[in-house]
Write a protein that binds this ligand. Sequence first.
Ligand SMILES: [Zn+2]
Length: 238
Amino acid sequence: MIHIQHEVEYGHTIINFALKFSDRKTVSISVQPDCQVLVTAPEGTVLSRVQELVHKRARWIQKQQQYFQQFLPRTPDRKYVGGETHLYLGRQYRLKLVKADRSFLKLSGGYLIVHHPDISLSRNVEEVLYCWYRTRAEQKFRERFEQWLSNFLQIHSIALPELRIRRMKSRWGSYALSGRITLNLELIKAPVDCIDYVIAHEICHVIYPHHGPKFYKLLESIMPDYLTKKMKLEFSQS
Ligand SMILES: [Zn+2]
């Protein structure tokens, strides 16, 4: 069964959902145990109407996702204290906290050195770390994205997708029919070939916005070892 993915913005987050049409009379919204949102709508319902309904139920959806999240394999809760390990491009680094006049992060040796006037507050440390992750992601994702896109454009002619980076709960990336590819900021913790896999995957969605056999054939044509990378991504998070 092929369900096309859509999205709705809710505050600072994005809710992704799969849409399926059926002969039922009303729209139903459910959250699956893997945190994916599935919407079933009567044949002919316009997308904007579905998006409006998803937006209305956004709080309930997020509550359901939080509930299921506890059963999903995940990274242990981070405390953002000195000595704790954090990932960057697939490698583990230790946090080192330094009291300083201004806040910034320095990567040195095996350390992520967080500087902040008040390092006793874990949310300050998290903020500095994520600000740095975002800067690195903006650079790295865009560089890989441009690279894959230019390779792809030599073989296929497509409308240029736009790239956006967000922190998402349950997905590495998504493609919206509006022509926008969203990459999860958390992906900056993964090795570069895993980042490449998600980018190649999403670029292929510009041609096939589903996960049918044609989609996988296309993905395999541009990335023959995509399965290895995919597995690596799924198992590399610790
Ligand atoms: Zn996909």
